[in-house]
Design a protein around this ligand. Structure first.
Ligand code: PMP
Length: 410
């Protein structure tokens, strides 16, 4: 059981009022809030240990390098990577996926090969593959959803049977429907035909216990800012045997072995994929965020979200005119919805006036919205600092929306 009252104390941003009302922050799927322990770790780093990493031999340089490499070790333990060298720090999920697309996909695909993606993908796990398909003349296959909103496993298998599928790019959890995808099974099926799988874990790492070895994922991408960390930091997990033979993605300082007048060779992994000065303080913050989540226990985090989701689902279900999207289970703690014919931007504006923060739009998942036959949705997402009161506030505020905009459908 999480002590939400106690947890809320760690988030100064949640102590304030917005528009004269206490804040009910229901937009953690976009970016989670940051506990003071993370901010303190970052300011402590700046106060005591800041310098560039992997270069100077002076004391501060060594401290900074230790802090950065300790962060890598923490990340590796968090996802159960065999060794820290499997972890490449990136700006976030988007950069991690682009790294795989350009450093692996571009070099390993050719005309006649196939890439499989799903309709649940965020643009960041779709657009890079559209582009790589275009550049390599490989074919892109999109797995659609069953009428109930689950991934169409039959269609997935039929794509794999086409032959020459080299890459499968799949979300572990949808950022719109919350649907948790059976990635372990999808990976096993992909491996049976020799495909390499990249898992977008942006919406699962903050909520579920992730074990890359158990999943047997080839690559897995995560963003720090959705799991209590700062923006501008995330990571790519990659199997050693794949990373070791990959060409670099970006070129410049820190990623080289030897540079001569006209040619250069590359550093070992992971330095090969971390060109330029990295986001050192971001890595420190991410490590502190992981420490915070680990202290709570990922199983407790998941249980808390499941309880909140159950409560929210039942309460929202009673709101007249609401349409909630996606199957009820299995899902993370988020609900996308529309209410009557009211535009999501109008809904979120009214909610904001009540101090309730939700997201409105297509959430970078336009193909999925096309399938849902709506241009946009509202999305309420829950995390460790939310409680039933936040959900009650959402439901009460939705009544205000209906009072204001009810005329549209009346
Ligand atoms: N994938 C999913 C499922 C996401 O929800 C997001 C963030 N909305 C991303 C990828 C992209 O993450 P970032 O913007 O941190 O790179």
């Amino acid at each position: 059981m999480l002590d939400v009252k106690q947890i809320k104390q760690d988030f100064p941003v949640l102590q304030q009022k917005v528009n004269g009302k206490p804040i009910a922050y229901l937009d953690s799927a976009a970016s989670a809030q940051i506990p003071r322990q993370v901010v303190e770790a970052m300011s402590q780093y700046y106060a005591t240990s800041h310098a560039n990493v992997h270069r100077g031999v002076h004391t501060l340089g060594e401290r900074a390098t230790s802090a950065y490499e300790e962060a890598r070790e923490k990340v590796a333990r968090f996802v159960n990577a065999p060794v820290p060298q499997n972890i490449v720090f990136t700006r976030g999920t988007t950069e991690a996926i682009n790294l795989v697309a350009y450093a692996y996909g571009l070099h390993n695909l050719k005309e006649g090969d196939g890439i499989v993606v799903t309709l649940l993908e965020h643009h960041s796990n779709l657009v890079p593959w559209q582009q790589i398909a275009k550049l390599t003349k490989a074919k892109l296959y999109m797995v659609e959803l069953t009428a109930e909103g689950h991934l169409d496993r039959e269609q997935y298998r039929s794509f794999l049977k086409q032959g020459n599928i080299k890459i499968v790019a799949v979300s572990y959890a949808s950022n719109v429907l919350g649907t948790i995808v059976p990635v372990k099974d999808l990976i096993a099926e992909a491996h049976a035909v020799g495909a390499v799988v990249i898992v977008d874990a942006a919406q699962s790492a903050p909520h579920l216990r992730i074990d890359v070895q158990d999943l047997d994922a080839d690559f897995l991408a995560v963003s720090g800012h959705k799991m209590l960390g700062p923006t501008g930091i995330g990571f790519l997990y990659g199997k050693g045997k794949l990373l070791d033979v990959m060409e670099p993605f970006q070129l410049g300082g820190s990623m080289i072995g030897l540079v001569d007048y006209y040619e250069s060779n590359w550093a070992e992994v992971p330095a090969r994929f971390e060109a330029g000065t990295p986001n050192i303080v971001g890595a420190v913050g991410l490590a502190a965020a992981i420490g915070y989540l680990t202290d709570l226990g990922m199983d407790n985090v998941r249980k808390h979200e499941e309880d909140l989701l159950a409560y929210a689902w039942d309460r929202l279900d009673q709101v007249e005119g609401i349409q909630m999207y996606g199957p009820r289970e299995p899902r993370t703690g988020l609900i996308a919805f529309n209410i009557d014919d009211t535009h999501p931007h109008d809904v979120s504006t009214v909610l904001d006036a009540e101090g309730v923060a939700v997201r409105a739009g297509h959430h970078c998942a336009q193909p999925l919205h096309k399938w849902l036959r709506v241009a946009a949705t509202n999305r309420a997402s829950f995390y460790i600092y939310n409680d039933e009161q936040d959900i009650d506030r959402l439901v009460t505020s939705l009544q205000k929306v209906k009072e204001l905009f009810g005329y549209v459908t009346r």
